[in-house]
Design a protein around this ligand. Structure first.
Ligand code: SF4
Length: 274
């Protein structure tokens, strides 16, 4: 972990994924981030996603620093080493999925997805501004008073297009295609837009362009890109939403909410006994 990312995490903070967890099941937030209850299992999808992120980070870092395109074999090797490293760090059983029933099938799928990425990716019309950019910014309460807690986030890739606009790119792996409405409502892009505006990367009233680079987990994987944007109204709504979440945490409002998002919740036993 870089020093900049460690410094970011040392602050009293809340990240997008913590906000997302609270909004979707505040009791899961309580188990995970307040009580730090050890989960009963660890999903293969988590380790898989981290390893793909690691390979793409290596690709863009090499491109930014040296102008070289890493060969596919190197991406595959970074992916495999990050995948094994990530799984070794947990001491609970790994929960495998139908599309990845064991480790070799996950490696096979990851390699095929990286092949699709390597073949399809093009940076024509863009320059790389930053790779894995750590940012933080203050959050406010309902009276617009700054809180001690900072919003933190690490942007996967920040590009500049040939019109001079910043484009926030988020790498995703998914079996399903994304709908435009899910892309337009995605909270993570709004959080990044908030962080960029607060850190003066863009003017307060400027639109921030967002892009999802999605690697689809299919028999023949596909690489797809989805475009969106966020403006000052979205950032204002995000600030209100964050204030509501912080008020809920401060007042210890933690309610179970069963959702399709968490069908394999690692806290189901603690939840049952709650
Ligand atoms: S099992 Fe469902 S309701 Fe319970 S904590 Fe997990 S996500 Fe929330």
């Amino acid at each position: 972990m870089s020093q900049a990312i460690q410094t970011l995490r040392d602050q009293l903070h809340i990240s997008h994924s913590q906000l997302f967890t609270y909004i979707n099941c505040s009791l899961k937030y309580w188990f995970n981030y307040v009580q730090r209850v050890p989960g009963k299992h660890s999903s293969i999808a988590l380790h898989f996603g981290k390893a793909i992120h690691g390979a793409l980070e290596a690709y863009y870092t090499a491109l930014q620093q040296t102008g070289d395109i890493l060969p596919l074999s190197e991406l595959e090797s970074v992916f495999a080493s990050k995948f094994y490293q990530s799984m070794e760090l947990v001491n609970v059983p790994i929960l495998y999925k139908k599309d990845m029933p064991d480790t070799p099938s996950a490696i096979f799928m990851g390699n095929k997805m990286l092949q699709a990425f390597h073949k399809e990716i093009s940076l024509d019309g863009y320059t790389i501004e930053a790779v894995e950019l750590p940012l933080s910014a203050p959050l406010y309460n309902h009276n617009a008073e700054p809180q001690d807690i900072q919003l933190i986030g690490i942007i996967d890739l920040l590009l500049r297009d040939n019109k001079g606009n910043l484009v926030v790119v988020d790498h995703k792996t998914s079996k399903q295609a994304k709908s435009q409405s899910s892309v337009d409502e995605d909270l993570q892009t709004t959080a990044y837009s908030y962080l960029l505006a607060a850190n003066r990367y863009v003017f307060p009233r400027a639109e921030v362009q967002g892009r999802f680079d999605v690697l689809r987990k299919l028999k023949t994987p596909k690489f797809e890109q989805y475009h969106t944007s966020r403006g000052p109204t979205d950032r204002k709504r995000f600030a209100k939403l964050s204030a509501a979440v912080l008020a809920g945490i401060e007042n210890r409002v933690f309610i179970p909410c069963r959702s399709w998002l968490y069908t394999d919740c690692e806290f189901s036993e603690s939840c049952h006994n709650w």
